[in-house]
Design a protein around this ligand. Structure first.
Ligand SMILES: Nc1ncnc2c1ncn2[C@@H]1O[C@H](COP(=O)(O)OP(=O)(O)OP(=O)(O)O)[C@@H](O)[C@H]1O
Ligand SMILES: [Mg+2]
Length: 284
């Protein structure tokens, strides 16, 4: 393996320049929305997260990359407590998650805190997960009305605005099955945004889509990055990772093998494992 540049990520140089100008303008040491310290997670005897620390500062995009099975989805799900973890600290806006139960069988102790964290870290999944029996508008309105108990008329106005923002304002009354994959994923992003969360967690949001539909979703994610939304993004799309990230974390077998700004990760990777990974995932 040579140390030569394995990947030129500048798929969208204008966007990358804009993004790095924003990063420079962002307050250094912006406070983290979510922070993990020395997190450990096992499924029975299988330890899949082996002491990971990471931080998603407000207004930043942190991207997790790594091979299949390296623990990316698990780590993302630990952030919003969809998965339990056995050891380590999780902080939401500086507030440590409080735990109860015996060591290594801990669970969140405070239901209000759990609810606050879940509703403020909205997740977008690979498979969209829209409710098939609800229209697109109803899908977007559902959680703010039923979980947050917000005023339906106000939620509807916000939902329509968000559907227009992601380019599917004309699909409000359609059923999910009547939309393309790219449109469904944009509806799922509008649904996440309608919660007005503190951060968005994306788990491979473009992986289930045909290449031309991926670009519709990539465009929306870039717009959100431009708006300084706090995001943690899991993706196999290295161009997207290179374009939108402030910080890239390369996971290998449940540990952080290497991390840094996208220019370093993609242009001057330091470890053989990362060099190999980037070569293997480089678009042809
Ligand atoms: N519910 C589960 N029960 C047992 N093992 C699991 C479970 N979910 C994930 N694992 C294991 O945990 C490890 C990490 O899985 P994870 O889904 O986090 O990987 P990933 O990096 O997201 O992979 P991919 O890129 O394929 O989505 C794998 O070894 C996987 O088999
Ligand atoms: Mg995964």
């Amino acid at each position: 393996m040579t140390a030569s540049t394995p990947f030129q990520p500048a798929a969208d140089p204008a966007f990358a320049a804009q993004k790095s100008a924003q990063a420079a303008a962002a307050a250094p040491g912006a406070s983290p929305v979510i922070e993990l310290r020395d997190l450990h997670k096992a499924y029975g005897p299988l330890e899949v997260i082996k002491g990971v620390s990471l931080s998603a500062p407000r207004g930043h995009v942190v991207t997790l990359i790594g091979s299949s099975g390296s623990g990316k989805s698990t780590l993302l799900r630990c952030c919003n407590l969809l998965e339990s973890s056995q050891a380590g600290t999780i902080l939401f806006e500086g507030e440590p998650v409080r735990w109860t139960g015996p060591a290594r069988e801990r669970r969140p102790a405070d239901r209000d805190q759990l609810r606050r964290i879940r509703t403020n870290l909205a997740m977008v999944f690979q498979q969209f997960n829209l409710w098939a029996h609800l229209t697109i508008l109803q899908n977007v309105m559902e959680a703010p009305v039923t979980v947050l108990r917000q005023n339906p008329a106000q939620v509807e106005a916000r939902a329509r605005m968000l559907l227009a923002k992601v380019g599917i304002g004309d699909k409000a009354d359609a059923w999910p099955a009547q939309l393309s994959g790219g449109q469904q994923q944009r509806a799922a992003i509008a649904r996440a945004l309608c919660m007005e969360p503190r951060a968005l967690l994306f788990d491979e949001p473009t992986s289930a889509l045909d290449p031309e539909l991926q670009q519709e979703v990539v465009r929306v994610i870039k717009d959100l990055a431009n708006e300084h939304r706090t995001m943690i993004l899991v993706t196999h799309d290295m161009r997207l990772a290179a374009d939108v990230s402030d910080h890239v974390v390369f996971l290998h077998k449940g540990r952080i093998e290497e991390e840094g700004p996208p220019e370093q990760i993609f242009r001057t990777p330091r470890t053989d494992r990362l060099r190999q990974f980037i070569s293997a995932t480089m678009p042809s």
